[in-house]
Ligand binder design. Structure first.
Ligand code: ZN
Length: 338
């Protein structure tokens, strides 16, 4: 039923050095041009406040046929917001981004997977505010946030809002995530490639990116609020990003909003249309998906040399596919932060 991989990008600046140069905007323009050269349309989730500072970019993203969605008004985990504040933010971001992009804004992605039991009220408010789907929950424990018990495939919240969650894979007893960010850049390529192959075949696959993922030239600094030992991970594998995402997008699928019917069909097929929640937000009732948590990855055939299996396609491949334009180098001309 399903097939292909949707490109998604979270437009944010939360890792940037507050005193450093401004890079995320130009990176986003580079990525937009690159997608155009590949003939790929995807889903762009804007932090509303940042989007309002870059109206030309939001307009260009909408005009190019991409979906424009919301990644909060600010990049704040949902449990740190009150429901009233969240409603105001969701309404404001939707309105501003619809005005700037000239498109319907109906998708929401919670910052850092922060749609969790403590913030499940957000699913009611999003439905009331006219959002049609969310893509901001994790079914498995990870370094950020997660919601125990939710399906690992698309499902519907009791409010009527659809959800499309990230997938995890398992190889030899080791469970891993591969769908975006550091996981996508730094995991051995064969594990990423085979995870996506299975995900695209069995579910609704999407790759998630941030502007900084595409920026191997950014000076390293200690990221606030991230343990010192983890901070370097935010730079790991950035040289792989253009080529890896380019390879995955050889099998590109439309924006997530255009895959709403697929999302619903998978929710029905997975016995999760809707899921049941207790008053305190625990997932209850029959859980048809309880036995199917991870995509089993075992084969490692067909990816070429040992180096390619670990590193993936070379950056040179990505350059060729971009008709000679090289994002990580043109980023040298960035604006000074004011
Ligand atoms: Zn984010």
């Amino acid at each position: 039923m399903a097939g292909g991989i949707t490109f998604t990008l979270d437009f944010e600046d939360h890792w940037a050095d507050p005193s450093g140069e401004l890079r995320y905007e130009q990176l986003a323009w580079e990525v937009l041009g690159w997608l155009d050269s590949l003939g790929v349309r995807g889903s762009w989730y804007f932090v509303g406040e940042l989007g309002s500072r870059h109206p030309d970019l939001v307009a260009a993203v909408g005009a190019a046929g991409h979906e424009v969605g919301v990644h909060g008004w600010t990049h704040t985990p949902l449990p740190e917001l009150t429901p009233a504040r969240f409603r105001d933010d969701a309404r404001r971001a939707k309105g501003v981004l619809e005005d700037l992009s000239g498109t319907e804004v109906a998708g929401f992605r919670a910052p850092t997977y922060s749609l969790v039991k403590e913030s499940v009220w957000a699913t009611e408010l999003l439905a009331e505010e006219g959002y049609r789907y969310s893509s901001g929950v994790s079914s498995q424990r990870n370094p950020l946030w997660w919601y125990p018990g939710v399906p690992p495939h698309p499902f519907r919240w009791p409010s009527g809002l659809l959800e499309t969650s990230g997938q995890f894979a398992r190889v030899a007893g080791f469970v891993y995530y591969f769908g975006g960010g550091t996981f996508l850049r730094a995991t051995p390529w064969w594990m990423v490639r085979e995870g996506f192959d299975q995900w695209a075949e069995q579910g609704l696959a999407f790759v998630y990116c941030h502007p900084y993922d595409f920026d191997p030239g950014e000076e390293r600094f200690r990221i606030p609020d991230v343990p010192a030992v983890l901070s370097p991970l935010l730079w790991a594998g950035r040289r792989n990003m253009w080529s890896r995402v380019g390879a995955l997008l050889a099998d590109a699928a439309p924006p997530l909003l255009e895959r709403i019917d697929e999302m619903e069909a998978l929710a029905v097929a997975g016995g999760a249309n809707p899921i049941s929640l207790s008053a305190s937000g625990d997932v209850c009732g029959p859980q048809a998906w309880a036995e199917r948590r991870h995509l089993p990855v075992s084969s490692t055939a067909g990816l070429g040399s040992l180096k390619q299996r670990w590193r993936g396609p070379t950056p040179a491949d990505a350059v060729r596919s971009r008709r000679g334009r090289i994002g990580p180098q043109t980023i040298a001309n960035t604006k000074e932060r004011t």
